[in-house]
Design a protein around this ligand. Structure first.
Ligand code: UD1
Ligand code: CA
Length: 456
């Protein structure tokens, strides 16, 4: 049967106290609304309409790549009114519409699929997802008939004493027969405690019409919504645990999963070992057999197999097989580090390529450079790529040996198999096979200390 989805995302999210619309707050590196859209798509619901209102432009900008459509709700008059705003999207369609909210990102693909088939197999006109909770405070309560059939949903603020005792809550996620929903939306009224048009009232309207309704309880862990930063952190915690469990099931060792922070879209190969304090973000790919010792941040990067990293920052870069990075290295965007390279302590690489087997072991800056294979950078080498106004390029060939404390003033080319004496400031091209020395010759003044300077 045809199915589509409407995702409510027009609300303001006052309790977040934020200039960012609530649904754009991230959980494990991905906007909440994009979690919901991705989950719907994985459940084979492809035609997705987003109700936007507050911060509509920002919400659009951040979801546009998902190929969804939008309906504008200019004034937030309630969840029922929000769905009404999707009338153009729904009209003329025959089948099922799933309605979800953009601020509840923990619902799983399996649950969405189950909800749709539960709705369909039982021939319901409306089906709600529910949870049984200890403290139902704030949620709409699911009121059932004596025989267990769903009767209505009553919002917390409209509950009687008796209804407040009910601990089955409305998750705010539903399936409806499109025709049944459309024909009920016009009957909504806003004469309730909040003066809003409640989507939840559609359930009672359908019931009165004699339609069959269903309710499917799932663990609260899937239905939790985010209204505040505290809830955002709680949801993040659950999502993080799920992500980390998935990686462990795939053969990744996490020494301390509670202190390992991996974004939703990160890919990690098996037999990689990750120590605590690592923050791995964006679209990072880490291949197999890597060891990530504690406390690195790796963002939008590709780390090939067998790489060892410790206490370093790697941003938007690639690191080749069997290379070691750190401790305390900083690899900045657009860098490509080759295979079996050593990037040691206090080394910064910016927008540079480093060839295979090259060693940059300590205290070195390399910026805007192309470095060949099998080079050795002495301690304290600086690529002087900036003259205060412009940045220039440095080219270093293969098998170049650079002595300690060398400045390479860009633009400059250092050709293959050359050798630079320690302490040189190199300003001219170094030919192949040459030794370049660019420093003052040493003079020793014998007996100078006793004879003159410190004569007592
Ligand atoms: C809603 C349900 C409640 C349920 C709870 C689950 C109603 C009336 N109540 O309450 O039964 O237990 O969710 O979390 O539906 N929104 C709009 N336009 C509006 C109003 C809201 O797009 O005019 C969006 C919000 O951005 C949000 C979602 O709808 O994503 C839910 O709205 P919210 O005000 O948070 O509803 P609750 O009071 O939590
Ligand atoms: Ca809410």
């Amino acid at each position: 049967m045809y199915s589509c989805a409407v995702v409510l995302a027009a609300g303001e999210g006052k309790r977040m106290k934020s200039t960012t619309p609530k649904v754009l707050h991230k959980v494990c590196g991905k906007e909440m609304i994009n979690h919901v859209i991705d989950t719907l798509r994985e459940a084979d619901i492809n035609d997705v309409n987003i109700i936007i209102g507050n911060g509509s432009e920002k919400v659009k900008e951040n979801t546009i790549s998902k190929n969804v459509s939008y309906s504008l709700q200019e004034k937030q008059l309630g969840t029922g009114h929000a769905v009404k705003c999707a009338k153009n999207f729904l009209e003329g369609k025959k089948g099922i519409v799933a309605i979800f909210t953009g601020d509840a990102p923990l619902v799983t693909t399996e649950t969405v699929s189950k909800l749709v088939s539960f709705h369909q197999v039982n021939g319901f006109k409306g089906t709600i997802l529910t949870s049984i909770v200890e403290t139902p405070y704030g949620y709409g309560r699911v009121i059932r008939e004596k025989n267990g059939e769903v009767k209505k949903i009553v919002e917390h603020k409209d509950c009687s004493e008796e209804e407040l005792e009910v601990n089955e809550i409305n998750a705010g996620m539903y399936c409806f027969d499109i025709d049944a929903l459309l024909s009920s939306l016009d009957n909504l009224s806003n004469s309730n405690a909040q003066g809003e048009y409640y989507l939840t009232d559609v359930i009672e309207i359908l019931k009165i019409k004699g339609e069959k309704l269903g309710a499917m309880p799932v663990p609260f862990e899937e239905t939790m919504g985010v209204n505040s930063r505290v809830q955002l952190a709680e949801v993040e915690d659950i999502m993080r645990r799920r992500i980390n469990n998935k990686h462990m099931e795939n053969g990744v060792t996490l020494i301390d999963p509670k202190n390992t922070y991996i974004d939703a879209e990160v890919i990690i190969g098996n037999d990689t070992i990750i120590y605590p304090g690592n923050v791995i973000g964006g679209k990072t790919i880490i291949k197999k057999n890597c060891v990530l010792y504690p406390n690195s941040r790796i963002q939008d990067s590709t780390i090939e197999s067998g790489v060892t990293i410790q206490s370093s920052v790697i941003l938007e870069s690639c690191v080749g097989n069997n290379t070691t990075v750190g401790p305390f290295a900083y690899i900045r965007p657009d860098s490509v580090i080759g295979k079996s390279v050593r990037i040691g302590d206090f080394v910064e690489i910016k927008k540079s390529t480093i060839g295979d087997h090259t060693k940059v072991s300590h205290l070195t800056y390399i910026g805007d450079a192309e470095v060949g294979e099998n080079c050795n950078f002495g301690c304290g080498t600086v690529v002087v790529n900036y003259d205060g106004k412009n940045k220039y390029k440095t080219i270093i060939g293969d098998n170049v040996f650079i002595g300690c404390n060398t400045n390479l003033v860009s633009p400059i080319t250092i050709n293959n198999n050359s050798y630079i004496a320690a302490g040189s400031t190199i300003t001219e091209e170094v030919p192949e096979d040459a030794l370049a020395i660019a420093r003052a010759r040493q003079t020793n003044k014998e007996g100078w200390v006793t004879k003159k300077a410190f004569n007592k």
